[in-house]
Design a protein around this ligand. Structure first.
Ligand SMILES: NC(=O)c1ccc[n+]([C@@H]2O[C@H](COP(=O)([O-])OP(=O)(O)OC[C@H]3O[C@@H](n4cnc5c(N)ncnc54)[C@H](O)[C@@H]3O)[C@@H](O)[C@H]2O)c1
Length: 319
């Protein structure tokens, strides 16, 4: 067992749960905290506390005896959810992030990771499908995703101030569309890969699925196994500025549907719903800095990661 004691917040959620599994394999003692237990599997954490981290006293409780913090807790979801819950997201996530940062400082924590998002990048760099990859410095001049993206950008800045003014070792990772098994796949908070896997799993062999937007919007996707490895590698580094964590293989939503349909062995037709939110028109990660800082980048092919994800979602749906 390693000597440092680790806290993962958002431990009842998708990435937090996978991260705890990874940290346990590395030999850490891990405390998980969330407002809910994991939905699909028992937590691998040594200790799991149900706490609402919007509350300051709860943040202090979560941090007792902790050396490293992976702060993942956030009220979030796919594009449908973040478009329609801006006030709630800004309120909840600002409280969680700033309370956790200050409580970490007061408790003498030696490392603090904040999970930011590609949603911090300005809309004016993402208004066509054929975008160039987003470099970390492209976040300014700021015009992030309304609500969710503004909180992420503000907390990135807060992390920098805590590093510079208080010497707290903060780490900031910007995820680009993380997907994999054990992620939300229905209920309104799911992201595009999980939503498409669910729709195709439920469709008939020559069925039709609804696609949000016109299918031409582009994204890049990163498998969960690469995500947790990247997080861990960053926490071993001495790099304290924001860092992309994603792949730089950009696909259209139409292509994503095509890949999943092939995995499922179905011929799928698409019905486009232009009234639904589709987010920015195009988004891709530029991984130059990631490669330079970590000497590594995500490597799981989209087809492989989606096969694992599709099979898991199909099992959940019992189709
Ligand atoms: N999944 C992605 O593609 C992606 C992309 C960019 C950024 N992120 C960030 O990564 C982190 C983890 O995301 P995820 O995909 O695992 O999401 P998730 O929704 O599965 O996990 C977040 C967890 O935070 C918990 N939480 C919310 N409010 C809380 C509170 N007040 N107190 C305690 N716990 C609370 C939720 O219950 C949930 O279990 C988040 O900060 C998210 O913003 C994720």
């Amino acid at each position: 067992m390693k000597k440092e004691r680790v806290l993962v917040t958002g431990a009842g959620g998708f990435i937090g749960h996978h991260l705890i599994k990874y940290l346990k394999k590395k030999g850490y003692w891990v405390r998980g905290v969330d407002i809910k237990a994991p939905e699909y599997e028992k937590t691998p954490a040594d200790e799991f506390m149900i706490l609402d981290l919007r509350s300051w006293p709860n943040c202090l409780r979560a941090l007792i005896g902790i050396n490293h913090v992976y702060n993942l807790a956030a009220n979030m979801g796919g594009i449908g959810f973040i478009h329609s819950h801006k006030a709630e997201i800004v309120h909840d996530n600002t409280l969680v992030s700033i309370n956790m940062l200050e409580a970490a400082r007061l408790n003498g924590v030696s490392k603090f990771l904040f999970t930011s998002s590609a949603c911090v990048y300005p809309s004016y760099r993402q208004d066509i499908p054929e975008v160039t990859g987003l470099k970390e410095e492209d976040a300014y001049p700021a015009d992030p995703e309304d609500g969710y993206g503004w909180e992420k950008l503000y907390t990135e800045r807060a992390c920098r101030h805590y590093y510079e003014d208080f010497g707290l070792n903060t780490y900031i990772v910007r995820f680009h569309n993380i997907y994999g098994p054990l992620g939300t796949y229905d209920g309104g908070r799911e992201k595009s890969p999980a939503a498409i896997c669910r729709k195709i799993a439920l469709a008939k062999k020559n069925g039709t699925i609804e696609v949000w937007g016109d299918g031409k919007q582009t994204r890049s996707y990163c498998y969960i196994g690469d995500c947790v490895e990247g997080i861990y590698r960053l926490m071993q580094s001495d790099y304290h500025q924001p860092l992309n964590l994603g792949t730089d293989r950009m696909v259209t939503i139409d292509e994503l549907v095509g890949i999943v349909a092939k995995i499922a062995g179905k011929k799928i037709l698409k019905r486009y719903d232009l009234s639904k939110p589709q987010g920015v028109r195009g988004r891709n990660s530029d991984n130059s800095r990631l490669r330079k800082v970590l000497g590594w980048e995500p490597k799981t092919p989209l087809e492989k990661g989606l096969t694992i994800t599709y099979k898991w979602i199909r099992r959940q749906l019992k189709t």
